[in-house]
Design a protein around this ligand. Structure first.
Ligand code: FMN
Length: 377
């Protein structure tokens, strides 16, 4: 269940788009059996009438089709304790041990079910609503995969390529380059063959954001900081990069900062100040600078292994192998879709805080007036 508040009244809600986003989260080469059980669909319970938001909180329900297999094992009532399916030994890399210690559970079953990325279906549904609001302002969010294990995309991807990729009806590894994607597929195949798992890197790009979202004035209002938190909150993401942050750390300043120019002629852009590169990833001093915002998430390999690592039995404390539960091998494209949702929710919230408005009409008026201000700067 996702509960989204703060959207102005009058945002057109395209349920087909929301369901497509949910579908995109379920795709990718190297996904496990659970994806075959789930075909997620959004059921909007409140906040939308005649295809548009009405300004009240929007409740979206997504039925978990796997639940019928667990109802008797994990009942709300006391149920039959003999049916309880304990996670006998914690899996390294999961919340199993830390969560059991923290909540004083005798085994990790309750931890696993809640820490699972299953909840990201709700994030994607909420993010889809945020995307629909942003779309009315001409702001779009998309993602692509730039690394799986050792296989990398060794060239820049154009915005149009990423959009076309996101519109495809078949997802392999979410890479814009066929040859690079084939190498990525081999990484997943090797992991599958060796009963291992593999991580990688996705890139989320936000197109059409005007200069001026976020601020340097307070540390917790910096746009880069807020996006980093949002993307880092996605399961298995262990590092976040804004623009070419990693390369910048090993370069001289003259090689990474983006020179500023001024266009002689007025264009359809909100400002005539232009950049010849975008290594900053569209953010300087915690503020969007009008270039595409680029956020990368680095995923560790999935923690559930078919050749399990060493662990300890919860009941006897004897050494054993970690438990195995049905699992994915590679989730980089799906994590990118979840991160798109987190980025969209963050940008939509900050845009709504800046421009305000109870209705889309009011939001658009405020937005247009601000665009006019920076255009005539
Ligand atoms: C879309 C998505 C699907 C995932 N599927 C699995 C999975 O099938 N098996 C697994 O062990 N981990 C999976 N994970 C990763 C775990 O949820 C995550 O590693 C774990 O909860 C521990 O959290 P942490 O890695 O953020 O520390 C998935 C993550 C994402 C984003």
């Amino acid at each position: 269940m996702a509960l989204v508040s703060g959207l102005p009244a009058g945002v057109p809600i395209d349920l087909e788009f929301v369901n497509r986003e949910l579908w995109r989260r379920q795709q990718g080469y190297g996904r496990g059996g659970r994806m075959k059980i789930e075909t997620d669909k959004a059921h909007v319970l409140s906040g939308v009438r005649h295809g548009k938001t009405i300004g009240s909180p929007i409740a979206v329900e997504i039925i978990n089709r796997d639940w019928k297999n667990w109802e008797a094992k994990l009942p709300v009532e006391a149920g039959d304790p003999a049916l309880h399916q304990a996670v006998a030994s914690p899996r390294p890399g999961h919340a199993d041990l830390a969560g059991s210690l923290k909540y004083n559970f005798p085994d990790a079953r309750y931890v696993l079910e809640r820490a699972s990325a299953r909840e990201t279906a709700a994030r994607v549904a909420a993010g889809a609503l945020a995307k629909l609001m942003l779309r009315t302002l001409g702001i779009e969010v998309a993602s692509h995969v730039i690394r799986v294990g050792r296989a990398t995309l060794d060239r820049a991807a154009a915005w149009e390529e990423i959009v076309a990729l996101n519109a495809r009806d078949e997802v392999v590894l979410g890479c814009v380059d066929e040859a690079a994607e084939a190498r990525m597929k081999e990484e997943v195949e090797e992991a599958s063959r060796t009963k291992d798992t593999v991580g990688g890197v996705f890139e989320v790009v936000v197109h059409g954001v005007p200069a001026g979202l976020g601020t340097y004035a307070n540390w917790d209002e910096r746009l880069d900081g807020q996006l980093a938190e949002a993307v880092m909150s996605v399961q298995a993401v262990k590092a976040v990069e804004i623009g070419r942050g990693m390369v910048a750390a090993e370069s001289f300043g003259s090689q990474v900062h983006d020179p500023i120019h001024y266009a002689a002629e007025s264009t359809d852009q909100p400002t005539r100040f232009t950049r010849s590169s975008n290594n900053a990833g569209g953010i300087e001093g915690g503020i969007s600078n009008g270039e595409d915002i680029v956020v990368r998430g680095y995923l560790k390999p999935i923690s559930t292994l078919r050749k399990p690592l060493e662990s300890v039995r919860f009941d006897t404390r004897e050494a054993t192998s970690a438990s195995y539960e049905r699992s994915d091998i590679c989730v980089v494209p799906a994590a990118g879709v979840v991160a798109e949702a987190m980025v969209a929710l963050t940008i939509a919230r900050i845009a709504q805080e800046k421009f305000g408005g109870d209705s889309v009409m009011e939001l658009h008026r405020n937005f247009a007036s601000y665009i006019e201000q920076i255009r005539s700067y």
